[in-house]
Design a protein around this ligand. Structure first.
Ligand code: 5GP
Length: 227
């Protein structure tokens, strides 16, 4: 048997030591996470919770052709772009993924995602199910997290409360969103994790997602993501 000066069998520890070095040296490859949730499930509140807990993620700001809502800030909530600009970005291959949702274009620009990954920052994309499927094809190691309401009745209640808060009562809009939610829930089996956002238990939800992120960071064998 061949041994080195310390008596170790060369090669037998080489792989594990290299992994240990990467993990303890802080140079483990950055991870990519997707968070999808039917409209009204509370995704933005969960993301605000993750920011408060300093989970240390780059949360991608998407481009959309829809109009800004009250309190939404261009460049913070979304990059609000016209349809022509969206088509140009798409045509020049600058989107990692894009999708049409409720008649509007949504897309994640590649540049900021690449920058974050090369600075060893984990990236989180809050995107709907078609976008998630595209990302899984391009980045097989992406971790897909599905955030769901406890039931469709629970979601209806959330949507009705939100409509009252906004001062708009539009039963058709609520039915449309519930229909969309059914379609999105059908995609859940393709995800890696399911987190249920129970009413009035936001902090539990945030902690569960944080736990997923932290355990994925300790996973052995992650390879650098190239997009
Ligand atoms: P909203 O218009 O309500 O902000 O978002 C509508 C849906 O589009 C949500 O499910 C949201 O997660 C998704 N979405 C937001 N940005 C993107 C994106 O860049 N790509 C994709 N595929 N979906 C997105």
């Amino acid at each position: 048997m061949v041994r080195d000066a310390d008596g170790y069998q060369p090669n037998s520890l080489a792989g594990p030591l290299a992994v240990l070095q990467r993990h303890s040296g802080g140079a483990a490859p950055a991870r990519m996470f997707v968070l999808s949730a039917p409209s009204g499930t509370g995704k933005d509140a969960v993301l605000a919770g993750l920011r408060r807990r300093n989970v240390g993620l780059h949360i991608a700001v998407a481009c959309t052709t829809r109009q800004p809502r009250l309190n939404e800030v261009n460049g913070v909530d979304y990059h609000f772009v016209g349809r022509e600009e969206f088509a140009e970005i798409r045509g020049s291959g600058e989107f990692l993924e894009d999708a049409v949702y409720a008649g509007h274009g949504y897309g994640t620009r590649l540049g900021p995602v690449r920058e974050a990954l090369s600075a060893s920052r984990d990236v989180l994309l809050k995107i709907e199910v078609q976008g998630a499927a595209t990302v899984r094809l391009k980045v097989p190691s992406v971790v897909l997290i599905f955030l769901a309401p406890a039931s469709l009745e629970d979601l209806r209640e959330r949507l009705e409360c939100a409509a009252v808060e906004r001062g708009v009562a539009d039963p058709e809009d609520i039915e449309r969103r519930l229909g969309e939610a059914r379609r999105e829930l059908a995609c859940m089996p393709g995800y890696d994790y399911l987190v249920v956002n129970h009413m009035n238990r936001l902090e539990d939800t945030v902690r569960q997602i944080e736990a997923i992120i932290l355990s994925e960071r300790t996973r052995i064998g992650a390879v650098p993501i190239r997009v």
